[in-house]
Design a protein around this ligand. Structure first.
Ligand SMILES: *[C@@H]1O[C@H](CO)[C@@H](O)[C@H](O)[C@H]1NC(C)=O
Ligand SMILES: *[C@@H]1O[C@H](CO)[C@@H](O)[C@H](O)[C@H]1NC(C)=O
Ligand SMILES: *[C@@H]1O[C@H](CO)[C@@H](O)[C@H](O)[C@H]1NC(C)=O
Ligand SMILES: *[C@@H]1O[C@H](CO)[C@@H](O)[C@H](O)[C@H]1NC(C)=O
Ligand SMILES: *[C@@H]1O[C@H](CO)[C@@H](O)[C@H](O)[C@H]1NC(C)=O
Ligand SMILES: *[C@@H]1O[C@H](CO)[C@@H](O)[C@H](O)[C@H]1NC(C)=O
Ligand SMILES: *[C@@H]1O[C@H](CO)[C@@H](O)[C@H](O)[C@H]1NC(C)=O
Ligand SMILES: *[C@@H]1O[C@H](CO)[C@@H](O)[C@H](O)[C@H]1NC(C)=O
Length: 601
């Protein structure tokens, strides 16, 4: 039942808000008597256009058009509280004036608030006739603002939110009970599950915006089953229904999203959905990433699922050291192993992590599953000298001898044969096995940074200002000479197959922070920061090798927040709002990791 009192409280609140503000805005001010120096637009219908008239010595008079243009018109419109002037027109279009011509040869800058602060000859000094009277059409905020019929909207919804929060907190006049219950995981003596319950007394009138609460006539309570981890957030979720305000953290976001979708609270669901990828880096224990990706799979949210898996693939090394690692499902581990954007020191490291995962899981993974996971390792990418040690060092070699032998043979062949030889054998057509992932160990990678926050708004052509003494000093202070620290040289084999071991290619990696640094290398850069990775000698005669190099951005040296391609050796880094990096980096302090990836094509 909706109580009268309850309704009254709400209306009273609304009324209070409106009347309070009506005092501040003196909407009903009348001003019948013109004052010396007042101006008006004399016209027929609209108050926003007409002949310009000035009140002086008790008489309205006109203004001559000598020297009159938009600057003067702007001042008139501003003085009359219009947003601006639309055009200058002829005053006599609004009827022939008969009074004095008060002003002539007006000169305004256009920024004045009052017409009379502009320069003019003197009152009534003129050689004009009324044919030269000026008129002005002012802009109106809304074409519908005409004489007297204006709309003023007052928005105090923020205050209302607090007041509704107080109604929720006090529970006054509530008429609908919501209980959230979850199992503690223990059993009672009689064998039934032990439950905990939170009961909240709410107002049907407010819940009625969301039909899924079932707060209709005749129903006075509902009970909802929630998970144990969701239980503590239930109250703040219901409070949100009143106030539309809530603080969300990485520990509550999944639960809030779940409740919002259960009760059809669309806006909250969408907002928390967008929050997901922002909060991913905050959980260094990886529980959030793992449980969110499982949640996304259950709910069929493919975008969220891809976001989570991508984050884990980029930060695979830290995932393996996290408490969540042993709780990965076979499916999730399998999905990670299928990806080429997995960031690992080398493929051997990957094999070791999978072997130890399987070993620690013991008998809970079937032999078939083990083979399935192990065969996702790209054996041809394992460095040849490490391949050789596999038989003695691998903990699972004896269990899966055939699988290892077959894959090692394939890998050795890859290392000693040209790809053209391999290709002719249909057995070797599983392309993925020959594709490198993102290997961060030597020799395939080098890093520059961390570099201080990028210069704010580095504008093209302003490199000279950036290079004044102050900036020069700052660069020197932050990272010494820009040349030594934002440039690195290294070399890699032309390809990771053993036959190219001694066929080296030197690379230069740069991070440019200003146009000056670009110009020094004969480049004109479009935006900053900009990363460049260039081979230092003519690229190989091997026409069937292609470099698909990547730039990895590490945030504060903690996690990888972006992986991107080079386009003609260049990678522009988007650091603004609209084109942000994949996962946020709070202080924009990046380490730039360059990864060389040769592929047979
Ligand atoms: C003016 O008001 C009418 C009726 O209320 C509305 O249909 C029209 O869109 C308004 N024009 C502008 C420019 O707001
Ligand atoms: C102002 O509003 C009144 C009543 O809504 C209407 O009759 C009148 O025509 C309006 N005047 C103008 C100029 O729109
Ligand atoms: C609301 O009612 C429907 C139909 O009776 C029921 O299926 C649903 O579970 C109810 N929702 C809640 C939150 O109790
Ligand atoms: C909630 O869980 C209990 C125990 O698991 C079950 O008996 C009950 O039917 C569930 N209620 C709803 C609304 O799903
Ligand atoms: C796995 O199963 C085998 C027999 O099937 C048993 O001997 C061994 O102890 C089990 N290992 C673990 C870790 O459970
Ligand atoms: C294999 O084990 C030996 C002996 O423990 C060790 O010296 C060698 O470095 C290991 N090989 C690899 C690739 O880890
Ligand atoms: C892994 O985490 C540690 C500690 O938080 C951090 O120092 C390290 O840089 C991280 N490494 C990667 C590759 O994310
Ligand atoms: C963000 O960057 C893109 C491309 O780098 C650019 O087109 C866009 O105007 C930038 N937006 C802002 C707000 O600076």
């Amino acid at each position: 039942m909706v109580t009268r009192r309850n309704l009254c409280t709400l209306w009273l609140l609304l009324l209070l808000h409106v009347s309070e503000s009506a005092f501040k805005f003196d909407l009903f001010k009348r001003n019948p008597e013109p004052q010396e120096g007042d101006i008006r637009l004399f016209g027929y219908e609209s108050v926003s256009e007409g002949r310009v008239e000035v009140y002086h010595e008790g008489k309205w008079g006109t203004v001559c058009d000598d020297g009159w243009d938009m600057a003067e018109a702007q001042v008139v419109c501003r003085q009359l509280h219009f947003p601006g002037a639309k055009s200058v027109v002829t005053g006599k279009d609004y009827g022939q004036a008969s009074g004095p011509i008060w002003l002539d040869d007006m000169i305004c800058k256009g920024t004045e608030d009052q017409l009379l602060t502009c320069v003019f000859k003197a009152w009534g000094v003129t050689d004009c006739s009324h044919k030269e009277d000026v008129g002005v059409i002012c802009e109106t905020a809304d074409a519908n603002v005409t004489s007297g019929n204006s709309t003023h909207s007052l928005d105090h919804s923020i205050g209302l939110s607090d007041d509704l929060g107080q109604i929720f907190d006090s529970g006054n006049g509530c008429d609908f009970l919501i209980s959230a219950q979850s199992a503690t995981g223990n059993r009672r003596e009689d064998g039934t599950l032990e439950m905990v319950e939170t009961t909240i007394c709410t107002h049907k009138m407010i819940l009625s915006q969301f039909p899924l609460f079932n707060a209709s006539e005749g129903i006075t309570s509902i009970t909802v089953n929630v998970s144990q981890s969701c239980q503590p957030h239930f109250t703040s979720f219901i409070r949100y229904i009143y106030t539309r305000k809530m603080d969300v953290t990485f520990s509550s976001v999944q639960c809030i999203h779940w409740m919002a979708s259960k009760f059809g609270v669309k806006q909250l669901m969408e907002d928390t959905g967008r929050l997901f990828s922002k909060i991913l880096p905050e959980d260094t224990l990886f529980h959030t990433q793992v449980s969110l990706s499982e949640y996304a799979e259950e709910t069929g949210d493919l975008v969220l699922q891809e976001n989570c898996i991508q984050y884990m693939a980029w930060n695979y090394q830290n995932l393996t050291r996290s408490p969540a690692w042993m709780h990965l499902s076979v499916k999730l581990l399998g999905a990670l192993l299928a990806r080429s954007d997995l960031v690992v020191p080398d493929e051997y490291f990957l094999l070791q992590t999978v072997e130890s995962w399987i070993t620690e899981k013991g008998n809970s993974t079937s032999l078939e599953t083990q083979v399935d996971l192990l065969s996702r390792i790209r054996f041809p990418m394992i460095p040849a000298e490490k391949l050789y040690d596999l038989e003695s060092n691998s903990s699972l070699y004896s269990t899966h001898k055939n699988m290892y032998r077959e894959n090692m043979l394939k890998a050795f062949q890859f290392n000693v044969l040209l790809f053209s030889n391999l290709q002719s054998n249909p057995k070797f057509n599983k392309q993925d096995d020959y594709q490198p992932r993102l290997y961060t160990a030597e020799p395939w990678s080098t890093a520059i940074g961390p570099l201080q926050k990028t210069p704010l708004n580095p504008v093209r052509n302003h490199y000279a200002t950036l290079y004044n003494n102050r900036m020069r000093y700052e660069y020197g202070y932050e990272y010494g000479s820009p040349y030594s620290q934002t440039t690195k040289s290294f070399s890699t084999p032309v390809h990771n197959s053993l036959i190219f071991k001694d066929n080296k290619i030197p690379w230069e990696a740069n991070v440019f922070m200003s146009q000056r640094e670009c110009l020094n290398r004969g480049l004109r850069c479009e935006s900053f920061p900009l990363a460049r990775l260039t081979p230092q000698n003519q690229l190989t005669q091997q026409s069937n090798i292609l470099f698909r190099n990547r730039l990895l951005l590490m945030c504060q040296d903690k996690y990888i927040c972006q992986v991107q391609d080079f386009k003609v050796n260049l990678a522009y880094i988007a650091v603004n709002e609209t084109q942000a990096v994949a996962y946020p980096c709070p202080d924009d302090q990046y380490t730039y990791r360059f990864v060389v990836r040769p592929e047979y094509v």
